[in-house]
Structure formats: structure tokens, C-alpha cells
Design a protein. Sequence first.
Length: 226
Amino acid sequence: MLAGRIEKNPLAIRPTFAKVKAHCHEACPDDDETMHRVLSHLFDPASAPLLKLAGGTLAFCAHTGLRPGEPAFLLRLPPLAEPPPTTRQLEPGGLFRDRTGLLRMKVQRLKHGQNPFITLHPAAESFLSAWRAWLAVTLPDEPRLFPLGTDDQTTLNRALNTASAALGLPHFKPHGFGRAYQVKVRRSQGADDATIAGEMGQTTNGELIRSVYGDPQDLIGGQMFD
């Protein structure tokens, strides 16, 4: 077509033959108590250290909506005493309170994601404090905040499969356990899909929230999930 030998592209309009992937919300905990059971199993004192590291990564994803590979970039940095004059030079893991009092963290997005910051609500802040205390005892010289050591999902998948098998729970996926659950929470708080997409670093103005991460049957508002 570009050479002028045919008038139109015969492949421009064609049927789709690829199998549609399962939606993340189908591999997401139904409620926070189910999430607590899984995390309690991973954090059990008898669990292997790798399971605890996976549990910490999954918990932070659920609190923040980060992709499973994104916590691996975060460094153990002390919070800044005051908001920085510019945020461009902050490293991933940099913490500060903005002028409204919200705790913000610099992150590094995968898949060309936008919005290099997340907001840590009180529950996320509480978890992060406990996690830092555990790291100080267990891995005092580790510079990373979530040192799972991989940006693929193999370790997280195995950890979730181990917990589900032990507890008799359905199969969960890392994106469902964290990212899709965060969509449930934010919808429950009344946020619209475009707002949620911006918070989670999506560039699709809410399209992936509607088509992949969010359950079409979710109730908007009502504080049903936290």
C-alpha cells in the first residue's frame, strides 16, 4: 500500500484470534479478611524468609496499587523533614509530607506508567513502619525496601499458591491480590475510574480499570472495602 501497488491494507480490518486474558478481578480476594489470612500465613514465624519478603511486597501492592515488580525499585531512605523544593531529584523510595500533610513516596513505574508518586494512607504508613522495623532486625544492611530481587512474578505467584493450598482458598494472582484489590477499595471510597487510573500510573484514562482490573459488578461508593 505504501508503494502504491494496492489501494488499501487488507489486514487493517480483521477479526481477533487471540485468547482474551483472564481479568485480574477474578483472581482478587473478595474481602480484606481473606487478604489477612493469606498474609498471616506468609508472615508466620515458621515461614521461609522468601515467603515473608513476598508477603511484604504483596501487602504494599495492596495498600498502594503498585504493579508487583515496582516495589523492587524502592530504597530504604529516611523521610525528608519538609517538602522538597523540587521532586525531580528524589530517588524511588523517597518520602515526604506535602503541604496538605499527606505522606508521599517517589516510585518508579513499569510499562511507561505515569505519575511517579503514590500517597500513603494511614494503614499503608502503619504497615511501612512495621516493615521497616522487621527489615532493621532481619536485613539491617539491605539498601532496598522490598528486596525480593526480581521484577517477574514467579516468586509472588509461588507464594500465593502456597498460601491458597494451605488455607483452602481460591487461586490468586499478584496483580489481582494487589492492584485489583486497590481498585475495589478506591471504588468503594467513591473514586471514579479515571482518577484511580491516574493514581495507579495508568495512561489509559480508566480504560484498563474498567476492562482488566475492575469488576463490572463493583459497587461505587459505600465504603464496602478498606
